[in-house]
Design a binder for this molecule. Sequence first.
Ligand code: GRF
Length: 200
Amino acid sequence: MTAPSPLNLGVLVSGAGTNLQAILDAIDAGSLNAQVKVVISNRPGVPALERARKAGVAAVTISHKDFVDRTAFDHALVRTLHKADVNWVALAGFMRVLTPEFLGAYPGRIINIHPSLLPAFPGMDAQKQAFDYGVKLTGCTVHFVDHGVDSGRIIAQRAVPVEDGDDLAALAARIHTAEHALLVEVLREIAAGRVLPFAG
Ligand code: GRF
């Protein structure tokens, strides 16, 4: 059997970057056989960029506002990922839907972390959607990215209970902690060749 190619990750972010931090920490601890080759944010000045720099990882801002349309923006993303020799892409709180051009540049090799048990509560504010609905169990999902919103093939999920007396912040924090573990676990599986690029 041929060994899987090394996991050269590109991580796309838009905000706090705690999931990015979980990846960087796992690599640093030697528990994830991967390299983060570049971190790209579509929003300038977000904490995720600082987290990347602190870890010695190239941190790039590519603002969607600087492009005429989504295709031009995605071309710029792909150019940067290719230049950095990225072979898998993780969306970690990246708040833009990808175009077919981007999906075609990394076929079956783009994953996303979402803070609900999909297919329940896709889209924005998933934790609040679940909390307001009154579910007793929610969680997080890592899935392959397709052209829809949080609609790609599910790779792994982690259930998180809603405890009596939870407010939204407490629930969201519990989900966030579960996300960090789940995302790293899935990346380990990819790095080991046990999760393969999604063939459709
Ligand atoms: C996470 O809840 C993730 O599931 C969602 O955006 C949030 C990003 O959090 N897609 P962080 O920036 O990784 O802290």
